[in-house]
Design a protein around this ligand. Structure first.
Ligand code: TYC
Length: 101
C-alpha cells in the first residue's frame, strides 16, 4: 500500500501521509517465567490464552516474536506498560518497538 494519498478538491491537490506503523517485539530471556509472559500478553495485548502461548513459545524458541503492529504511540505505550508490569515483579522481560518497513 502506498504511504501517501492524493486528495483533490477542485484545483487543489493535497498529499496526505499515512502514519507509519510500528511493531512491538517480545524478546526472550532466561529468567522470566513462561506463565508470566503469557499473563502479560493477555493483559496488555488482549490476546487469548492460545495466541499468548504461541507468541511466548515463538519468542522462547527463536529469540524474539512480533506481538502486534500499531500506531507509534500505541506501540510505545503498550511496550512500556508491559515492561512496567515485569519490573514490578522483578523480571527482566523486554518488549521493543520498531517502525515497519
Ligand atoms: N525463556 C523463558 C524461560 O525459559 C521464558 C520466556 C519466553 C521469557 C519468552 C521471555 O519473551 C520471552 N523461562
Amino acid at each position: 500500500m502506498p504511504d501517501t494519498d492524493t486528495i483533490s478538491r477542485g484545483q487543489t491537490e493535497l498529499k496526505v501521509e499515512r502514519p507509519k506503523l510500528h511493531k512491538v517485539i517480545l524478546v526472550n530471556d532466561d529468567f522470566t517465567p513462561r506463565a508470566f509472559v503469557v499473563r502479560v500478553l493477555k493483559a496488555e495485548f488482549r490476546m487469548g490464552e492460545e495466541r499468548a502461548r504461541q507468541v511466548m513459545t515463538t519468542a522462547h524458541q527463536r529469540g524474539a516474536c512480533v506481538v502486534g503492529v500499531f500506531t507509534r504511540e500505541l506501540a510505545e505505550t503498550k511496550a512500556t506498560n508491559a515492561v512496567d508490569l515485569a519490573r514490578k515483579e522483578g523480571y527482566p522481560l523486554l518488549f521493543t518497538t520498531e517502525p515497519e518497513e
